[in-house]
Design a protein around this ligand. Structure first.
Ligand code: ITT
Length: 212
């Protein structure tokens, strides 16, 4: 079963491939010749995930899925949330270099939290799947079906960065039940318990029953 994963983030691609194993063939944007930066202008993770998948569906007419992920910190009223990728650059809109700068994003988060003792946070992933269903066996007409799957992992923000694996906010996020950050636990453990793993397991469960 072949599915395009609409992401420009190589770490996400590697994680999803490793979580799904060889049950499905996950194809990257580069492999289908999509080299554009897909717009993400939604106000929720749900909207952004769907926007990314819809972009690929509209341009390439294939079954595809996208994930949008946010880190929600209770003491910051759920920030950075849907703005996780651009958290540092929102403070300095003139500095485009800061977009997707994980170090700058983590620095801002640690600064905003300061000495606050409420460090509770969660990663939330929403996967949007757009299935192309051929109505005519020759493929001349088709309809699409849209599905969304959510995965959450609860945890806390520690006071300084620890660990060298993973990506994004992993060095400052410690999942519940562990005394190490995702960046210290490494990808094998992260891929068993993470937000992305939980959403991806639901996707895989759904896909098992269908032929794309
Ligand atoms: P695509 O939109 O191309 O998929 P992206 O990196 O922009 O890639 P998101 O918008 O979903 O992905 O990510 C929002 C931010 O959250 C971004 O800064 C990531 O580094 C961070 N992030 C996403 N998943 C993460 C994870 O599993 N661990 C740590 N940080 C993560």
């Amino acid at each position: 079963m072949k599915l395009v994963f609409a992401t420009n983030n190589q770490h996400k691609l590697d994680e999803i491939k490793s979580i799904l194993g060889d049950k499905f063939e996950v194809v990257s944007l580069r492999e289908i010749g999509c080299l554009e930066d897909i717009p993400e202008t939604g106000k929720t993770l749900e909207e952004n995930a769907l926007q990314k998948a819809q972009y690929v569906y509209d341009h390439f007419h294939v079954s595809c899925f996208a994930d949008d992920t946010g880190l929600e910190v209770d003491a910051l009223n759920g920030a950075p949330g849907v703005y996780s990728a651009r958290y540092a650059s929102l403070e300095h809109p003139d500095n485009i270099e800061l977009g997707h700068d994980s170090e700058a994003n983590m620095d801002r988060l640690l600064r905003e939290l300061g000495n606050n003792n409420n460090r509770k946070a969660r990663f939330r992933t929403v996967i949007a799947l757009i299935e192309k269903k051929d109505v005519c066996p020759c493929g001349c007409t088709s309809i699409k079906q849209v599905h969304q799957f959510e995965g959450i992992v609860e945890g806390k923000i520690i006071r300084e960065k620890r660990g060298g694996e993973g990506f994004g906010y992993d060095p400052i996020f410690q999942p519940e039940g562990y005394d190490k950050t995702f960046a210290e636990l490494g990808t094998d453990i992260k891929n068993k318990i993470s937000h992305r793993a939980r959403a991806t397991e639901k996707l895989a469960e759904y896909l098992k029953t269908f032929r794309l």
